[in-house]
Design a protein around this ligand. Structure first.
Ligand SMILES: [Zn+2]
Length: 419
């Protein structure tokens, strides 16, 4: 156990060999996985590597702990027998456009088959996407059935309240030239900033300009699909979609300061209805806690909001976030549409989101949005009105009038003494 093939010599970085031909070249945007080439993030066979970073995103650090604790053999390789996708996704034309998808590997779920021979030959190639099936059961869905908003159909929704879904886990894979283009910065500048802001965690960002793919140590996303997968790409079928950014406090624990779980569950309800009518529903769940600023920052902001003079109020909602975090939002919706293109979606008939940033990113990437569906007012917890009204004033979609200055000043949240 725990036999490493490493020497005692520590190599801080690798360098491109002048004139050398890459052993495993990556042609990002190629139309099939073989032509594109495998992504190899092996840490046990450095000569094969053609990406910066390690597999597993943020979990590569837990893998390191497991190896340190001698619980995991560093040379262990995944046995991919029977792990292949439960549903066929793609290939879609979008996969062959190097600019359409820059933050995930469109072939990430197919590597077990596409590179079977290479893997059998000892090359450490790992999936970055997994596709499986599941049943969901949420009390709000049972309540919706009790209120006769939803009826079981025996396929998508059962009498028990179980919803049948295809679910997909996706690790981030960044094609650095494409990511830089999305943010309108030079690739060189992006690489240097990533290197510096991670405390020099990935020296190859600055020493290996020939390596263009980075496996960033951040959370990925999960996609829940209701209905037939083919309905996502069939022009005659309808698609309902919610793109949701993680909010653990609300999503899991039902904390009432925001609309996250109510909107998420509303999205699921609408997706079930769409699937029952022969279309498809898609929930994209992005691990971007607290507007990608993290939960510590988020809770600090809550305190700053509740303790400010005049109490928690919609009028100063964004200011308080900016005071603590330096920015109002770090979610980068520029990269978000990639997963929709990966699914082959060209039109979303109903988008359950009021975010102008998400809407602009989706439509700006070439996907048509027919209808935007706001959260029903009865689902908004009273303390969440501060956030919702502030967002409406800042440009969030609302079919009603935007709150004016006096209206915003009147929206107050609960103070810290009343919890
Ligand atoms: Zn929330």
């Amino acid at each position: 156990m725990s036999i490493s093939n490493r020497s005692t010599h520590i190599r801080l970085t690798s360098h491109p060999e002048p004139g050398a031909v890459a052993r495993h070249p990556i042609r990002w945007g190629a139309a099939d996985p073989k032509a594109r080439g495998p992504l190899i993030g092996s840490v046990t066979n450095p000569a094969d590597r053609n990406v910066i970073g390690a597999h597993g995103g943020a979990y590569s650090l837990y893998r390191a702990l497991a190896i340190s604790a001698r619980a995991l053999n560093p040379l262990a390789r995944p046995d991919l027998t029977n792990t292949h996708p439960t549903a066929g996704i793609g290939p879609h034309p979008q996969w062959a456009d190097p600019h359409k998808i820059v933050s995930l590997d469109p072939y990430g779920h197919l590597v077990g088959e596409a590179f079977r021979d290479e893997i059998a030959g000892g090359i450490d190639i790992r999936p970055t996407i997994a596709v499986t099936k599941a049943r969901l059961n949420m009390p709000e869905i049972l309540a919706a059935m009790g209120a006769h908003r939803l009826a079981p159909d025996g396929t998508t929704l059962r009498a028990s309240g179980d919803i049948s879904v295809t679910k997909v886990a996706i690790d981030p894979v960044w094609h650095l030239p494409g990511v830089a283009a999305r943010f309108d910065v030079s690739e060189k500048s992006l690489r240097r900033t990533l290197f510096e802001q991670t405390g020099g965690m990935f020296p190859e960002l600055v020493t290996r300009p020939d390596m263009q793919v980075f496996l960033p140590p951040i959370g990925g996303m999960t996609v829940y699909i209701m209905g037939e997968i083919d309905a996502l790409t069939d022009e005659k079928s309808r698609v309902s979609c919610r793109v949701h950014d993680e909010c653990n406090g609300s999503d899991v624990f039902g904390s009432d300061i925001c609309t996250c779980r109510p909107y998420l569950v509303h999205g699921i309800e609408e997706c079930v209805k769409e699937a029952q009518k022969g279309g498809a529903g898609v929930i994209v769940y992005n691990r971007k806690e607290g507007r990608a600023l993290g939960e510590v920052t988020k809770f600090l902001v809550y305190n700053a909001r509740k303790r400010q003079e005049g109490g928690d109020q919609a009028a100063t909602y964004f200011e308080r976030t900016e005071c603590v975090a330096g920015v109002q939002d770090a979610r980068f919706q520029q990269l978000m549409p990639d997963v929709l293109h990966w699914l082959g979606i060209r039109r979303i008939d109903r988008l359950m989101s009021m975010s102008n940033m998400k809407y602009d990113a989706i439509t700006g990437s070439g996907i048509e949005v027919v209808e935007r569906v706001p959260i029903p007012p009865e689902l908004v917890p009273p303390d969440a009105n501060v956030e919702l009204e502030a967002k409406k004033a800042a440009g969030y979609y609302t079919p009603g009038a935007k709150p004016d200055k006096a209206g915003l000043a009147a929206v107050k949240g609960r103070d810290l003494e009343r919890f």
